[in-house]
Design a protein around this ligand. Sequence first.
Ligand code: P5A
Length: 469
Amino acid sequence: MAASAAGLKNRSHFFGNCSRGRATPFFVDLKPTLMRLSRYFLPVTKETPADAQIVSHKLMLRAGLVRQTAAGIYAWLPLGLRVLKKIEQVVREEQDKAGAIELLMPTIQAADLWRESGRYDAYGPEMLRFTDRHEREMLYGPTNEEMITAIFRDATKSYRDLPRTLYHIQWKFRDEVRPRFGVMRGREFLMKDAYSFDLDEAGLKASYEAMFVAYLRTFARLGLQAVPVRAPTGPIGGNLSHEFHVLAETGESAVFYDAALEDVTHEELLTADASTIARLTDLYAMEAEEHEKVGECPVPPDRLRSRRGIEVGHIFAFGTKYSASMGMTVQNKEGGSAHPHMGSYGIGVSRLMGAIIEARHDNGGIIWPEAVAPFRVGLINMRADDAGCASTSDNLYAQLQQAGVETLYDDRDERGGAKFATMDLIGLPWQLIVGPRGLERGVVELKKRATGEREELSLEGALARLSLG
Ligand code: P5A
């Protein structure tokens, strides 16, 4: 059958030219096979899950992205994991561009570390505490200020070792009283947390601004409009802090802001710099509680907007809070000693997935931005029982693979309608549809998920279109 010929051709591309017996690959890349829906693991459902209240949670369950395994704790299924890794990668690239250096700290921490800063008792019941077999008190890290301070303290002696910003992307645990809305407020969640060390306050301000810029760019790349809001500092401490809120009806916070913030364009945010910060932070934006404290509002009423927001990032400048309490000093230029000034900078990586879906969906399902789509193209064979359709689809699939276009191939023996519904639900940016009537005229259909626009193209035309960046 033509279909298996194309399949073989495809395999030989990845396994090299083995003349006989089992192919022994030099590098194992099984993805081409795994991206066939007939062999993938994608448990989608039509039913709306009863326990999900907001649209992103419903869609994440229905599209087979995650599965809850205990209250507020999720398994990331194959499709969801691909998105999570992509969000993580965008965050990582912008951190690297801002000059931050990646490391990886563990999820488990020793209670003694937190006794040094005094936060072990202060943190309260949100901290998951346990003892090991030697009765040593341990905890699952809710954040890493103490650990990074200890690591940096023990390796740093001089002002020449500053400034530095270190970050990691690691699972956190917070025993939230009310985990809800799926991954939005989980107990276990993935966070990017960065920590900056500077000699003085002016240095800290520069590090804070570098992260601020990185955040604006990160959220813009993810296709989100995120408003920076002046924020109270809470248990992290310090006196300067901003939260970044994605505006969405289902957000947990009420945000008040100057309508002029809506005029900032996507392009400006993608290329944000220090002047963007100055412009944005001059504009009024507060969470409800802070807004009330301010009392008489500095924004003319006709320019004041109130919307719900999802907090996807939070940055803090807290100066010497941890360096002083944990005894971290460096020698300064004059030969004296100084406590480094610190900041910490968080992004809710797993929460972002919910936020992106809240901001980008329709009745049919998710609409992924290209930057984080689990696959770029969904190839749909409308008639798996038709040899012509099958061999053309297999060929297109092999060629898309070779062109490096991430493709999920629906090669299952299912009705066309069910295939369309699945593709719309999982929200890949492009659908390439192969059907018998089109093939008679030598054409396939290309559908753009975001707009629903369909276009008939020759096979070569479709391949060329999808292979371009
Ligand atoms: C900053 C980095 C901190 O923990 N310490 C290190 C500081 N800040 S924060 O605001 O408490 O958290 C940072 C971001 O993590 C996300 N987040 C969550 N995501 C999912 N479920 C949760 N329960 C949860 N709690 C916090 C948010 O995006 C937050 O801005």
